[in-house]
Design a protein around this ligand. Structure first.
Ligand SMILES: [Zn+2]
Ligand SMILES: [Zn+2]
Length: 395
């Protein structure tokens, strides 16, 4: 059933150290800071940090999802207002007898609502809900059936070269994962869940309440449609355990900074064998000392001698995986960009972008007397040859 007992036992806002009206940004910031501090990798063998890490992760997973956060807030508000049957303490366990009416995942107690003790909600809301929402069957099915696990997001930082050429990185993810003992079924090894006899596996049962017919989550199987007689002791029958796992993620060639890679089925495990969510990996790319990218083209600025531009030369230019000889034609202008086809970043469609080499004259900051002497002789000869770089100026 949707509102978990944990929702009432834990103050997620307190776990994250934020106010209950904190903005999404504040929640994200607080989570990032705590997750870094408490991460199992940073606190090896510290069960207290591990426990807090789990709590913080759970708090974040609920509060970062606007829909879930609303649900959580409403559930807690209702409980604080004493609208659950039982008043103080826990209401005899969710789904432990009595009638629940499910709206958007939060459980209301029908008895309380009809009895008129339920503050602002009131019977008007209930009627509205009934008539606007169609059949009871549809209403309860999504909230009470085993759900697909949540999507997860993590990040990784790659070198410029690894991002351009592709690589495989091991990613450590701590999240609810299929229990290895029961392989996610929730049933003790050697046994298996059976179809719930009360609801015939549908997860809900019909019931008449005055003039209305309701479908309500089956109490015998908590709306899952199956019964586990012998729960797996490792995961208490949920089929899910929080653990750290390492996933080898293949990063395709050509990924760019900020890109998200989706790994289907690598997110949180669903309860009792429901499908897992997806894992999204946000890629950060560190800048390169020489190279930059524009799409699949690779850019580099190459320092050259003035004499190389005038006389022409073949120079060696670094590439991502080695070097390439580039021919500079005689009388090449400073700042000119030469294109070397196919030596850029590999394309997903095959082939590769180009290497764009921009030439830039390096002026020596000191020269020995012989070189200076030659430079003066060159200067003289150049003037005598009639070359004037500013010939067109000032006219
Ligand atoms: Zn298990
Ligand atoms: Zn059932």
């Amino acid at each position: 059933m949707a509102p978990q007992r944990e929702w009432l036992e834990h103050d997620f806002y307190k776990d994250l150290g934020v106010a209950s009206d904190a903005s999404a940004e504040e929640i994200k910031k607080a989570y990032r800071k705590l997750a870094r501090e408490l991460h199992p990798d940073a606190n090896p063998g510290d069960p207290e940090a591990e426990e807090r890490f789990k709590r913080v992760s759970e708090a974040h997973s609920v509060l970062s999802d606007p829909e879930k956060r609303k649900e959580y807030d409403e559930t807690r508000a209702m409980f604080a207002g004493g609208r659950f049957r039982g008043g103080n303490g826990f209401p005899g366990g969710f789904g432990g007898g009595g009638t629940t009416y499910t709206t958007g995942g939060a459980d209301f107690d029908l008895g309380d609502l009809f009895g008129g003790t339920g503050g602002s909600g009131g019977i008007g809301d209930l009627f509205e809900g009934l008539f606007n929402r169609g059949g009871g069957t549809q209403r309860t099915s999504t909230a009470s059936r085993p759900r697909r696990g949540k999507d997860l997001e993590t990040e990784t930082t790659l070198s410029f070269k690894d991002a351009a050429l592709g690589t495989t990185v091991p990613l450590r993810v701590t999240s609810p994962s299929p229990c290895t003992t029961c392989h996610g079924s929730g049933a003790k090894p050697g046994t298996s869940p059976r179809v719930c006899p009360r609801c015939n596996g549908s997860g809900f049962v019909s019931r008449n309440q005055g003039a209305f017919g309701f479908s309500e989550p089956c109490q015998d199987c908590q709306g899952t449609g199956s019964r586990i007689d012998d729960p797996c002791t490792d995961c208490s029958g949920t089929g899910v355990k929080v653990r750290a796992r390492t996933i080898n993620v293949r990063i395709p060639a050509g990924v760019e900074d900020g890109q998200r890679i989706r790994l289907a089925g690598q997110g949180e495990a669903g309860r009792r064998g429901a499908p897992s969510g997806d894992l999204y990996v946000v890629v950060h790319v560190t800048p390169h000392k020489y190279f930059t990218r524009s799409g699949n083209d690779l850019r580099v600025t190459l320092p050259v001698r003035f004499s190389e531009l005038v006389l022409g030369a073949t120079v060696s230019v670094p590439t991502l995986d080695g070097s390439v000889g580039v021919k500079i034609p005689p009388h090449t202008t400073d700042g000119r960009t030469l294109r070397v086809r196919g030596r850029g970043v590999p394309k997903r469609s095959g082939g590769a972008g180009d290497l764009l080499v921009t030439l830039k004259v390096a002026v020596p900051d000191k020269l020995d007397e012989a070189a200076l002497e030659a430079m003066r002789a060159y200067d003289k000869a150049e003037r005598e040859s009639g070359f004037d770089p500013r010939a067109d100026w000032g006219r």
